[in-house]
Design a protein around this ligand. Structure first.
Ligand code: ZN
Length: 318
């Protein structure tokens, strides 16, 4: 290399901009946790490759609390602020979770989870609903970045819908709105034919067996890549999306999360887009983006971490 080339190289290197601030931010002590019926995730970093993943045995309260404690101390030996995203109804002021049946029989009533964790970890602990944590993750680092008005649809064991209206989260129960009158029975709710009774992880094997009586699987992942079945599911999901677009709120983007969405989006999303195209004339605003989350299974734990980081280091919020 000549001196001139060397000088040029040095000049270029010195002009290279520093990495964006968010990749260099340190937030010691902040921990996000996400618990579900199948596992526990924890992280003390925004980097998805540093998320700790462990199992969680649904059942009594105590073993689940033990799993959360282990997860927190694994990712941060000196936690200062922990946010836990959990299924069930959360009262964040009281620090309680109610009817988190996915976590086992000990969770059907009300559990003072925040205080149980506080007393053992010796630090601040806050609870939030897992859908709330997911929307935070998606809004800050996922498919809803720079989106003021959007929606997050969860397709996993159940069907969840959360709206983002003018930057404010609005949880809804629209997964239980009626898709077809007189349709199949919902599970645990006194109605029939809701979206969850067609598209929930518990319902999909039942719907598939109605078409294929020789199918004996009980999990959505056991259903084969049957193009006709999944495309039909995609069109029904499209009905839900069209319904959201007709609520009167312009939706810039809709993001899909959850195990079913991630495993079958190649079949589901074309059906969704086709339904939106059919109804385009009716829609005030057509979502510019209909996509599955880029954050995968980590969307809720990353959202919980960002909430913990904001509470511990508000000056870092971004
Ligand atoms: Zn229902």
């Amino acid at each position: 290399m000549t001196d001139a080339q060397s000088a040029e190289t040095v000049a270029v290197a010195s002009e290279t901009p520093p990495p964006p601030a968010k990749t260099r931010v340190q937030a010691p002590g902040a921990v996000g946790v996400h618990i579900s019926g199948v596992g526990c995730r924890a992280t003390a970093s925004i980097s998805p490759d540093r998320v700790w993943v462990g199992s969680l045995m649904p059942g009594d309260v105590e073993p689940v609390v033990d799993s959360i404690i282990d997860a927190v101390l694994t990712v941060e030996p000196h936690p200062k602020f922990v946010v836990v995203g959990t299924p069930g109804h959360v009262n964040s002021e009281l620090g309680t979770v109610t009817a988190a049946a996915n976590l086992g029989h000990g969770w059907r009533g009300t559990v003072g989870l925040a205080e149980l964790l506080r007393s053992r970890l010796g630090c601040e602990v806050e609870l939030c609903n897992d859908a709330e944590a997911a929307l935070e993750g998606e809004r800050r680092r996922g498919a809803l970045v720079a989106c003021n008005d959007g929606a997050l649809i969860t397709l996993s064991h159940g069907v969840g819908v959360a709206l983002l209206h003018d930057g404010i989260q609005q949880p809804t129960e629209l997964g239980h709105s009626v898709s077809q009158f007189g349709g199949p029975e919902c599970r645990g709710r006194p109605h029939r034919g809701c979206y969850e009774s067609y598209l929930g992880g518990w319902a999909l094997p039942l719907r598939y067996r109605e078409r294929h009586p020789d199918f004996h699987g009980v999990m959505a992942r056991e259903i084969p890549d049957d193009h006709e079945f999944w495309t039909e599911c995609g069109r029904r999901l499209g009905d839900l999306v069209v319904g959201l677009c007709l609520l009167g709120q312009p939706l810039e983007a809709i993001s899909f999360i959850g195990s079913v969405a991630q495993a079958r989006h190649r079949y589901l999303l074309p059906g969704v887009r086709a339904r939106v195209d059919e109804e385009a004339a009716l829609l005030v605003t057509r979502p510019r983006s209909l996509r599955v989350t880029p954050l995968g299974d980590d969307v809720s734990v990353l959202g919980a971490f960002l909430m913990a980081r904001d509470l511990l280091h508000p000056f870092l919020a971004a």
